[in-house]
Design a protein around this ligand. Structure first.
Ligand SMILES: C[S@@+](CC[C@H](N)C(=O)[O-])C[C@H]1O[C@@H](n2cnc3c(N)ncnc32)[C@H](O)[C@@H]1O
Length: 470
């Protein structure tokens, strides 16, 4: 049996907890948890068949890996991502999956006791529900226990973007609990409330009622049971909420980087040279598990990487380009397209963990160790717009990966000149090809180097220099 490690994000449910091994994840049920599991098992199996819930295998008692009444084994997913890294459509698809499970559960006499967006993961671009411990037997009078959490972690974040044009990712990164109703009220104030013709009022009304119940000294479950939320009422609420979620749209089709696909500033020859260089370098890098494409934009190079890797994290700080890439990939069925997961990541602020002790939901650098990073035409943005010095960027890359494909637009490049135009002369004098090559050589061994046609962009394939033991 491989070494077991308690999952840092699994402690809030007293009835089951998760431990992680090399190639599997185990869900350990307490006695009470096991009695729920047995009751909901036919429903869970039917959802596994549909592909909405993660595969789950009940282990024989003698195979128990740790003290528990029963144990489920799940495949270990190749990649764990969090809602603050998802685009609007990703959160929306996750919300719809959550709602569909609540509905299907209610019809089968199964309740969903919470509604954490962290219970959903993306395999490529397909959302899948991973927390089998969320299901419990449902009494006909049970309320939708996860409603408030659904609002905080799905609905309000989506509304924020759809109705106010405000990105939800920073809010979700700020708190694992999402956006509380009071905050939502403030953010989506009376003006917008009016504009949405009562849709928001409906949501607020329910959320406030739930919050009140949660605050009460009385036995909440009994109270609600008495007032009785019959299955029909629950189904109607879910249907209404689903319609609301489905209707939401960012209304955006333009952002700073959304028109980049034509890559007009590259001569067509240099773009072909760049693509061939990336392809050849990754082909020569050996078996690749994770590959990061930092500043992926429309994913042109993520697609090349997907021919050589198990998983490609296509990251960009521009959420619209990620949303568009996600929507495009969702329409594709090739094996390669399914290896790419688009993520909203601003590398200049990424990496921190959130939740209890900052480790309940660990930062990206702890969840993915890339075998290769492609870092194409992005270094100048981080250096000149975000003031992350070349040295620091190369330190991060050297700490993260063995194989690096990196493009350096030099000081004569028109895009670099543009970024420098409004800067005080002299303060970026270190931004030169010579300096970059020196810093790269201190951390990596350059295997290949090519100056692209046009002359101001040089691309490198470099492998990490073995570290000497100190
Ligand atoms: C010049 S484009 C390069 C696109 C692609 N890598 C290529 O070579 O064709 C730069 C991309 O980097 C992204 N970007 C800029 N700053 C970023 C940051 N701090 N973190 C992640 N992506 C960033 C932009 O949104 C844009 O899509």
């Amino acid at each position: 049996m491989a070494l077991l490690e308690a999952d840092s994000g699994s402690f809030r449910d007293p009835l089951s907890r998760v431990v992680v091994a090399d190639d599997s994840v185990y869900r350990l049920f307490s006695e009470m948890g096991e009695s729920d599991r047995v009751a909901v098992w036919p429903f869970v199996e039917s959802q596994i068949q549909l592909g909405t819930v993660i595969e789950s295998e009940l282990m024989a008692v003698e195979d128990h890996v740790a003290p528990a009444t029963s144990i489920l084994r799940h495949p270990k997913l190749d990649l764990i991502t969090f809602p603050f890294e998802w685009s609007f459509q990703m959160l929306k698809d996750a919300a719809l999956l959550q709602l569909d499970l609540v509905r299907a559960g209610a019809l089968a006499g199964v309740g969903v006791k919470d509604a954490s967006s962290y219970n959903i993961q993306f395999v490529g671009t397909t959302p899948i529900f991973i927390d089998v411990g969320s299901f419990q037997p449902r009494k006909r009078s049970d309320p939708w226990f996860g409603y408030q959490q659904f609002c905080e972690l799905f609905l309000y974040p989506l509304m924020l973007k759809a109705y106010a044009g405000v990105s939800f990712q920073p809010f979700l990164r700020g708190s694992v609990h999402g956006i509380p109703v009071d905050q939502a009220k403030g953010l989506l104030g009376p003006l917008r409330l009016k504009r949405q013709r009562g849709r928001f009022t409906h949501v607020l009304f329910h959320a406030l009622a739930q919050a009140k119940l949660a605050d009460s000294d009385e036995g909440v479950a009994e109270d609600v049971a008495e007032s009785g939320m019959k299955t029909e009422l629950l189904l109607a609420t879910v249907a209404k909420t689903r319609k609301l979620v489905e209707s939401m749209d960012t209304g955006l089709d333009e952002s700073l980087w959304s028109d980049y696909s034509d890559r007009g500033h590259y001569e067509s020859r240099s773009l072909a040279e760049k693509a061939a260089f990336v392809d050849d370098s990754l082909a020569g890098a050996g078996a690749l598990g994770h590959v990061w494409d930092v500043g992926c934009n429309d994913g042109m190079f993520s697609r090349i990487a997907a021919n050589h890797a198990d998983v490609v994290l296509a990251m960009d700080a521009d959420e619209l380009v990620i949303d568009q890439l996600y929507k495009q990939l969702r329409t594709e069925t090739s094996v390669e397209a399914n290896r790419i997961t688009p993520l909203v990541v601003d590398l200049s602020t990424a990496g921190g963990g959130v939740g209890w002790r900052g480790s309940e939901r660990p930062g990206l650098f702890h969840r993915s160790r890339p075998d290769a990073v492609i870092y194409l035409a992005v270094i100048h943005h981080l250096a000149l717009t975000f003031n992350i010095p070349l040295q620091q960027q190369l330190d991060l890359l050297a700490d993260s990966t063995e194989n690096l494909v990196i493009e350096f637009p030099d000081e004569n490049d028109q895009m670099v000149q543009k970024l420098l135009r409004n800067k005080r002369p002299g303060i970026y004098s270190h931004y030169t090809l010579d300096n970059f090559e020196r810093l790269l050589g201190e951390r990596f061994e350059v295997r290949r180097r090519e100056t692209l046609t046009g002359g101001s962009r040089t691309i490198f394939f470099a492998t990490r220099t073995p570290r000497t033991a100190s």
